[in-house]
Write a protein that binds this ligand. Structure first.
Ligand code: G6P
Length: 483
């Protein structure tokens, strides 16, 4: 039996992997590497750990790489049928689970859980099963497996059935829905989701707010089978009363922080300096800046941010020509029509503000939609105010990154619905993301803050933001799973 097991002692599973391939005009494959917490975490454990990252092939380039056997040590890409993947990723993960956890539905008309939804759910199941099977094949006896996010909620349960010897962890990078919202899902589906998650030995979240929401859902689905109890000061546990493995699932929290060392070095490289010069030119001499940098997610609330800025220009005309809203809204999930529409709306509102308020020497909103990391860092460095006003957000790393790289201190206007609020709220100016008038008031307060106070707050924000750097965040999860 043991001989059929794989060789890897530590495995990570996520939909999006650390590398993507693009087919070039000459037919060759170009590899592009990504960053993020998992990448730093895996590099921290070093090559001796013999880790394997299992991910999905996302585009044609990735699929081509799998077919040609092109790859990288330590990464296994799964070439899941493209339609199955699209139904699982676009249909279920991004159009249902993302919506549920971020509370994005316009409920008079949606969601509608019809036969089409059931068909897509089957694809989600098949896609989760493909991951579970690959992990079962690759994992050494007793290996630790760290499953990531809402794409792979069923993997822990499916994998446990295949390989009861493994230690299985799951990490949620998003919020978790409050129980009344979660109950919108059909009963059998929400039970399947929770049973899938509770196949893990340990579940982890970015803040206690999301962990508690999960525990509330677990306590409610099947009290005959699951009971929530405190496990220790730093974790809670879900006891499995039906005798099935595992006997209990621990639930803990790891608040991913910003990578100070990397950000400070990267933000002083030549390409960032160049972009600072270009941005200053666009903004104009002596003007203040309200900066935001987001992927164009429905949950990021970019449109209300602009409406609040317009309200600021109405309520405080003294800021006209003296401030610029620098908004970077980078493309995300463009396969989904609702994302494309939202992106268009961001553009429309920016144009409308510029045509109503702009003057020959002043463009009130500078909007960029093409992803450029160096330019983001440039904007972080020169921002007077950072606007981070999501409707709901697992953490929001922009809120943590800005104070770390800011040149002269930056006031953080922060939604109380961002996970980061738990750690940063005290030194930020807080906003209710739906309240445009209140957000305008907060922007005014932020712009008017004295430099001394601003610098003091930024220092404290940077300290809180870097309390748990990515590599440590990853190691803590691994150690907690192995304990
Ligand atoms: C955000 C969320 C993550 C999620 C990721 C997926 O960053 O915070 O929880 O995994 O989006 O993004 P993708 O571009 O792969 O859909």
């Amino acid at each position: 039996m043991a001989s059929t097991h794989g060789a890897h002692g530590i495995l990570v599973a996520s939909n999006r992997g650390p590398i993507t391939y693009q087919t070039q005009d000459d037919g060759s494959l170009h590899a592009k590497r990504g960053g993020g917490g998992l990448v730093s975490g895996l590099s921290a454990i070093g090559p001796d750990a013999d880790a394997l990252w299992v991910c999905a092939a996302l585009g044609d380039g990735d699929r081509e790489a799998v077919r040609r056997g092109v790859g990288e040590d330590g990464v296994r890409m799964l070439d899941i049928d493209a339609e199955v993947h699209a139904d699982a990723y676009n249909g279920i993960a991004n159009s249902v689970l993302w919506f549920v956890h971020h509370m994005l539905y316009q409920t008079p008309l949606e969601p509608v859980f019809d036969a089409e939804f059931r068909r897509q759910w089957d694809a989600y199941r098949a896609y989760n099963r493909a991951f579970a099977e690959a992990l079962a094949e690759e994992a050494a006896e007793g290996a630790s497996v760290l499953v990531q996010d809402y794409h792979l909620c069923l993997v822990p349960g499916l994998l446990r059935a295949l390989r009861p010897d493994l230690r299985i962890g799951h990490f949620s990078h998003t919020p978790w829905a409050p129980v009344d919202y979660f109950r919108m899902l059909p009963d059998d589906i929400r039970a399947e989701l929770l049973d899938g998650m509770l196949g893990a030995d340990r579940l982890a979240f970015l803040t206690w707010r999301w962990a508690t929401a999960f525990l509330d859902c677990a306590a409610e689905i099947d009290p005959e089978r699951y009971r929530v109890t405190p496990a220790s000061e730093a974790s809670r546990s879900v006891e499995h009363l039906d005798g099935a493995a595992p006997a209990r699932t621990l639930v803990g929290v790891h608040g991913l922080g910003a990578d100070a060392e990397f950000l400070r070095a990267r933000s002083h490289e030549a390409d960032v300096e160049e972009r600072i010069v270009a941005l200053r030119e666009e903004i104009g001499e002596g003007r203040r800046t309200i900066v935001r940098v987001d992927r164009t997610e429905l949950s990021k609330n970019i449109v209300r941010g602009m409406l609040a800025y317009r309200q600021l220009l109405d309520d405080h005309p003294e800021w006209r020509e003296r401030v610029v809203h620098v908004a970077f809204a980078y493309p995300s999930r463009q396969d989904l029509a609702i994302y494309r529409d939202y992106t268009a709306e961001v553009q429309r509102v920016a144009d409308e503000i510029n045509s109503s308020y702009g003057t020959p020497g002043w463009t009130p909103v500078v909007l960029h939609v093409k992803d450029d990391f160096a330019r983001s860092l440039a904007a972080y460095r020169l921002a007077d105010v950072a606007l981070v006003n999501p409707i709901r957000d697992g953490m929001n790393l922009v809120a943590k990154e800005v104070p770390v790289v800011s040149d002269e201190g930056c006031v953080l206007v922060l939604s109380r619905e961002a996970g980061a609020y738990e750690e940063l709220g005290e030194d930020a100016v807080s906003v209710n993301p739906y309240d445009v008038v209140g957000t305008a008031r907060a922007l005014h307060e932020a712009l008017a803050m004295q430099p001394g106070e601003r610098a003091e707050r930024t220092k404290r924000l940077a300290a809180a933001a870097t309390a748990l750097p990515p590599a440590q965040w990853f190691l803590d999860q691994l150690h907690a799973l192995e304990a």
